[in-house]
Write a protein that binds this ligand. Structure first.
Ligand code: PLP
Length: 372
C-alpha cells in the first residue's frame, strides 16, 4: 500500500517511537509525584514543552498539552466565550469541524451572531472588509486548509479583532511542520497543534497561549498544565510530540523541498489527464497537498478504486447516509455540488518517492480512460 494521506495522519516516525519507548516501558512515574520516577517524568515533560515551544517560536510556559488539536480548539473557544457577556462570532468558511462545531454551538446556545468569512474562488478568505461589530468578536481562522492546502495570513483579521477588544484562535494543525510558523506573527491569542500530523503519536496536541493571557480551563481537577488542563499527563505521548516537533523544525526545509517536488510532479501528470481539475491552484498552498477531480468519478468511488489498486488517498467528502456528500470546502469556494462530490485529495509525505507518484498517475490515467 502506498500512503498518500498525510493530511489525515502521518506514520509515526521511527525515531519518535524509539524516543517514546522508555517512557512506555521503563519510566512510568507520575510527573506530579515527588519521588525520583516522578521527577524523571517531569523533566521529560519539560524537555518536550521546550521542543514544541521552539517549533512555533514561543516560550515553554505558553504551551498547554492537550489530547489533540480538537481539544485545544474547544478549550480556546470555550475559554474565549467565558471572557465576554456578549460577543460576535467570526469564523473562516472552510474551518475544520473541531473549530466550526464549537463556534456553531456557542452561537446557538448564547444567541450570539455568527458570520462566516466569505471564501474566495481560490480557497482563501476576503480579509479586507469586515462587518461593523457592536460587541467584541471571537474569531477563528485556520492557517492552512486540510483539503486544499491553501495557506492564509491571519494577521489582518487579528488586527481587526484586537482593535475591538476581541479574541482570535488559529488552527495551525496542517501548517505546522510544513511551513515556517511563528506564533506571534499570526497575531492570534491561541493556536492549536496536533502531534499526529507531524510524525508524532495520536492523542496529543497543544494549545499555544499568548503570554500572560488568563484562560478558563475546560477540564478542572488536579491543576496540571498550570491549571489549564487537569489530568495526569500522558508522558510517552508528550515525549513523542516533543521529538516530532524538534525533527519537524530541523528538517522543515528539506521536507518542504521533497514534498513540493512530488506535488509538482503529480500536478504536471494531472495536467496530462483530460478532464482532471486541480483546485485552489492559484493560491499559496502547502507543499504537500493537491485537491483535484477526475471527470466522471465521484470522490468516494475513486478513493475505493485507488484503494483496490494499492493507494491510500482521501476524498474531500464524508459519506453521508447512502449518498456522497460534496466537499464543504469546495462548496464554500463556489464549486457546484456535483463537481464538489468529485474531490480527491492527495497529501504526500517526505518519505514518498517520485516512483510512487508515477505509479499513482498511471492508475489515475487508467481510471480516467475506463470511467467508474
Ligand atoms: N484541524 C485540522 C485542520 C485537522 O486537519 C485536524 C485533523 O484531522 C484537526 C484539527 C484535529 O486534530 P486532532 O486529531 O489532533 O484532534
Amino acid at each position: 500500500m502506498i500512503y498518500f494521506d498525510h493530511n489525515a495522519t502521518t506514520p509515526l516516525d521511527p525515531r519518535v517511537l524509539e524516543g517514546m519507548m522508555p517512557w512506555l516501558r521503563d519510566y512510568y512515574g507520575n510527573p506530579s509525584a515527588l519521588c525520583r520516577m516522578g521527577r524523571l517524568a517531569r523533566a521529560a515533560l519539560d524537555r518536550a514543552r521546550d521542543q514544541v515551544a521552539r517549533l512555533v517560536a514561543v516560550s515553554p510556559e505558553q504551551v498547554v498539552f492537550t489530547s489533540g488539536a480538537t481539544e485545544a480548539s474547544n478549550l480556546a473557544l470555550e475559554a474565549a466565550a467565558a471572557r465576554y457577556a456578549s460577543a460576535g462570532l467570526w469564523v473562516g468558511g472552510t474551518e475544520h469541524p473541531s473549530v466550526d462545531a464549537p463556534v456553531t454551538r456557542l452561537s446557538k446556545e448564547r444567541a450570539w451572531p455568527l458570520w462566516r468569512l466569505p471564501t474566495t474562488n481560490a480557497g482563501g478568505h476576503r480579509l479586507a472588509s469586515f462587518p461593523k461589530a457592536e460587541d467584541p468578536v471571537i474569531a477563528a481562522l485556520m492557517l492552512a486548509n486540510n483539503e486544499t492546502g491553501v495557506i492564509e495570513d491571519p494577521l489582518p483579521l487579528a488586527l481587526e479583532v484586537r482593535r475591538g477588544g476581541g479574541f482570535l484562535h488559529v488552527d495551525a494543525v496542517q501548517a505546522a511542520g510544513k511551513i515556517p510558523l511563528v506564533f506571534e506573527a499570526t497575531g492570534a491569542h491561541t493556536l492549536a497543534l496536533s502531534a499526529h500530523k507531524i510524525g508524532g503519536p495520536k492523542g496529543v496536541g497543544a494549545l499555544i497561549v499568548e503570554s500572560g493571557l488568563d484562560l478558563r480551563p475546560l477540564c478542572i481537577g488536579g491543576g496540571q498544565e498550570r491549571g489549564l488542563r487537569a489530568g495526569t499527563e500522558p508522558v510517552a505521548q508528550i515525549v513523542g510530540f516533543g521529538l516530532a516537533a524538534e525533527l519537524a523544525l530541523q528538517e522543515l526545509a528539506a521536507r518542504a523541498a521533497l514534498t513540493l517536488a512530488l506535488r509538482q510532479r503529480l500536478e504536471a501528470g494531472l495536467d496530462r489527464i483530460s478532464g482532471a481539475v486541480i483546485y485552489a491552484r492559484a493560491a499559496p498552498r502547502l507543499p504537500n497537498t493537491t485537491l483535484f477531480s477526475l471527470s466522471g468519478w465521484e470522490g468516494e468511488t475513486a478513493v475505493m478504486a485507488l484503494d483496490r489498486a494499492g493507494f491510500c488517498v482521501s476524498s474531500g467528502s464524508a459519506c453521508a447516509s447512502g449518498g456522497h456528500a460534496p466537499s464543504p470546502v469546495l462548496l464554500a469556494m463556489g464549486i457546484p455540488p456535483d463537481e464538489a462530490r468529485r474531490a480527491i485529495r492527495v497529501s504526500v509525505g517526505w518519505a514518498n518517492s517520485a516512483a510512487e507518484v508515477d505509479a499513482l498517475l498511471e492508475a489515475l490515467t487508467a481510471m480516467s480512460m475506463t470511467g467508474p
